[in-house]
Design a protein around this ligand. Structure first.
Ligand code: PAF
Length: 289
């Protein structure tokens, strides 16, 4: 596993370019089972590069950039057995040489949900992902479906800037009790971890209601809100159309059920992507692939 720390060393990735597509998994480290699934999916397509970079530009003032977990040694131990070909671990100065450098502005899909709650967050995400894409030059990039809005915002950038990279999204990995894997789960104490189950419970309640025939968006959002009564702050619990993330008129077609909530000092997100076609309701990928 080649450890690459600066742009000059990225030339070594050329030895991985060949018949099979070069695959890329961008991460911020603090890897868990969800990330490992992204890597396994990437490896099924071709040689795989993982980046580990906690991107300051996607954190707002007062957010958890400083306390975001950083465990490079542990991350490398998890990646090595998966046959990862290279890990790119740039320093902040490598990614942001000048404070007033060129950046990317996220498109319309970034307007609501986390984009509304965390101003500038998705500009930070698309800027760093665009830089990483230009540095690594992958054929395929793999993202976690748990960050559903992020997947769709990046897809919009790749389309609008004609980047020609195929994007894949991988289903959310959950603990046995339903909690979605997240690097931030390690901030939850035992009590908050129990309260955090409200997010997956709320999604489950809305999912069941849709399966039972409920199509009213307000009814579904109320159901989710009811399950979330015990968390500290609910940023949103919404049902939106996919891929444009607009308010759905009724629960049909492709839908994103999305929740962000604060449990103690920790902000968590979770979601479910459904395809509702008449009476048939099934989970579905977000990205066309
Ligand atoms: O999902 C993440 O970990 C980050 O937002 C990403 C895509 C690596 C960009 O910093």
């Amino acid at each position: 596993m080649d450890l690459i720390r600066c742009r000059g060393e990225l030339k070594r990735l050329d030895s991985l370019r060949g018949l099979d597509p070069l695959c890329f998994v961008p991460t911020m480290g603090a890897l868990h089972a969800g990330h490992l699934d992204l890597v396994k999916r990437a490896k099924a397509h071709g040689p795989t590069v993982v980046s580990i970079f906690v991107n300051p530009m996607q954190f707002g003032p007062g957010e958890d950039f400083d306390r975001y977990p950083r465990n490079l040694d542990d991350d490398l131990i998890l990646l090595a057995p998966l046959g990862v070909d290279a890990v790119f671990v740039p320093a902040v100065a490598e990614m942001y040489a000048r404070p007033d450098g060129v950046s990317v502005r996220a498109g319309a899909r970034a307007a609501g949900l986390c984009g509304a709650r965390r101003p500038g967050h998705f500009d930070g995400v698309v800027t760093v992902v665009a830089k990483l894409f230009h540095m690594v030059r992958p054929d395929i990039a793999v993202f976690g479906r748990k960050d559903a809005q992020q997947c769709l915002v990046i897809e919009e950038m790749v389309r609008d800037l004609a980047m020609g990279i195929r994007l894949l999204d991988v289903p959310t990995v959950r603990a046995d009790d339903g909690l979605a894997m997240s690097s931030r789960n390690r901030f939850l104490d035992a009590v908050d971890r129990g309260r955090a189950l409200a997010l997956s419970r709320a999604l489950g309640a809305a999912h069941r209601a849709i399966e039972e025939g409920e199509r009213g968006i307000a009814v579904l959002e109320d159901l989710m809100a009811l399950e979330l009564a015990d968390v500290d702050v609910v940023d949103y619990a919404s049902v939106l159309s996919v891929p444009e993330l607009e308010r759905a008129e009724s629960a049909s077609g492709r839908l994103l059920l999305a929740i962000a909530a604060h449990v103690g000092p920790t902000r968590l997100i979770d979601n479910l992507v459904l395809e509702v076609d008449g009476n048939i309701v099934r989970e579905t990928p977000l990205l066309e692939g």
